[in-house]
Design a protein around this ligand. Structure first.
Ligand SMILES: [Zn+2]
Length: 418
């Protein structure tokens, strides 16, 4: 048995509360304990409270971490990432600075399909090695669980290859990964003249193979003008549901298509992006309880101005989460802290709402709300110490990494060198 006592915290941001996603005003209620401590035993949290009370529960042999007047929070849950790919796209980053749009770059052979070409050419071992430092960066920035999508293979063999890499990474790396199959990320070049055949490939070959090999927990689709229509997305997601996969979808990112209503109808676990969602879409999400996962890092990095209407979604009672959308094109950041900064400054979320949206709500979107996303007895000891005395400083002092100690399953996995 190993015990860990995290003491001396100025604020323990517990997020203790109802066992469901937080809505409206609840997103601002973080259940903060001033001058608090946390006790973990093996992989679990066993006590959280005022320092003197918790200290008495620890055995004399417990390892101790002095949080030194800092903030202690649950690890971030980044519920939308694309971490397995080959190649980088700084050339497109420069083109965007020169005025080309994301779509214009895609039309010139850039975008998702340029990453697909490089990812197909890479071996399983190469993809595995390339992803390790990316996941390490996420962990060092306070993310202890991430969802990870395929989607840069777009062939049966290459999609399965990526999902096997995600499984190996989950087993070998400290960060926990939840795998999502995204074969309907784009229509690959060889199917440009026969997109129906590609949809058949996704629904009749890829999805059954993914499900039978248990390589993914969720299926996702990029529902967007010039990518997959709402009806095509419905076909993919409906098939996935019959095979027992949970559903997520990229919707209303660059235009309004009705994808939010589709997510509501199919009872998806999350509707992601939503920059262009309208009132009907907001109402549909609210009625169905679908979690809205907003990805403001992509809007920021693409130099766009249309952020998702976070205020409208929260005020309407939609459970809102935030994610990095970590990927080599639109949002190459591993930092949930930066995403919180953008969410507060550009979408007018309060820092407390941004914390709920980065921990407990995305945990529920991954079906893991009972085990992670808050600091409560019985939950997994995924805990991060930040080098500030008030949690609001995490988004406020932006562009730096505040995480100083990361604890995963009751074990210290990162300590910043001072
Ligand atoms: Zn994405």
């Amino acid at each position: 048995m190993t015990e860990l006592l995290i003491r001396g915290a100025k604020q323990v941001v517990t997020l203790a509360g109802p066992a469901r996603p937080r809505l409206k005003q609840e997103m601002r209620e973080l259940s903060i304990i001033e001058d608090g401590a946390v006790l973990t035993r093996d992989e679990q949290i066993v006590a959280v409270g005022k320092q003197n009370e918790v200290r008495n529960l620890a055995s004399p042999l417990a390892e101790q971490i002095d949080a030194g007047g800092c903030v202690v929070m649950p690890g971030f849950v980044d519920a939308h990432t694309h971490p397995v790919y080959a190649g980088t796209r700084e050339d497109e980053y420069e083109m965007r600075a020169e005025g080309y749009t994301y779509q214009q770059i895609a039309e010139r052979g850039g975008g998702i399909l340029s990453t697909v070409r490089k990812t197909r050419a890479a071996s399983e071992d190469e993809l595995f090695e390339l992803a390790i430092p990316r996941l390490r960066l996420m962990l060092e920035h306070g993310t202890t669980t991430a969802e990870a999508k395929s989607g840069y293979g777009l062939s049966v063999e290459d999609e399965l290859k990526i999902l096997r890499v995600i499984r190996r990474l989950d087993e070998s790396q400290e960060i926990d990964l939840v795998p999502t199959f995204l074969g309907a990320h784009e229509v690959p070049e060889e199917y440009r003249a026969s997109r129906e055949d590609y949809l058949d490939l996704v629904t009749k070959e890829m999805l059954p193979a993914v499900a039978s090999q248990k390589l993914a927990r969720y299926a996702d689709v990029f529902c967007e003008t010039r990518i997959f229509s709402v009806e095509e997305a419905r076909r993919v997601l409906s098939r996935a549901a019959t095979l027992g996969l949970g559903l997520r979808a990229h919707v209303e990112q660059l235009s309004l298509s009705g994808g939010a209503e589709l997510c509501a109808q199919l009872k998806a676990a999350s509707a992601d992006h939503l920059e262009w969602v309208d009132d009907d879409g907001v109402n549909a999400l609210q009625r169905s309880g679908v979690i809205a996962l907003l990805l403001p890092g992509a809007v920021f990095n693409l130099g766009l101005v249309q952020y998702a209407p976070a205020r409208k979604l929260i005020d309407a009672g939609v459970p809102v989460g935030l994610a990095t959308a970590f990927n080599p094109g639109s949002s190459p950041t591993p930092s949930m802290q930066l995403v919180m900064s953008i969410a507060c400054a550009q979408m007018k979320m309060t820092p407390a709402e941004a914390v709920s949206a980065s921990t407990i709500n995305p945990a529920y979107s991954l079906g893991l709300g009972a085990s992670i996303g808050s600091i409560e007895p019985g939950k997994r000891a995924d805990i991060v110490v930040y080098d500030c005395a008030d949690y609001r400083q995490i988004p406020y002092l932006f562009g730096v990494n505040h995480a100083s100690t990361v604890i995963k399953g009751g074990r210290v996995v990162y300590v910043r060198r001072s």
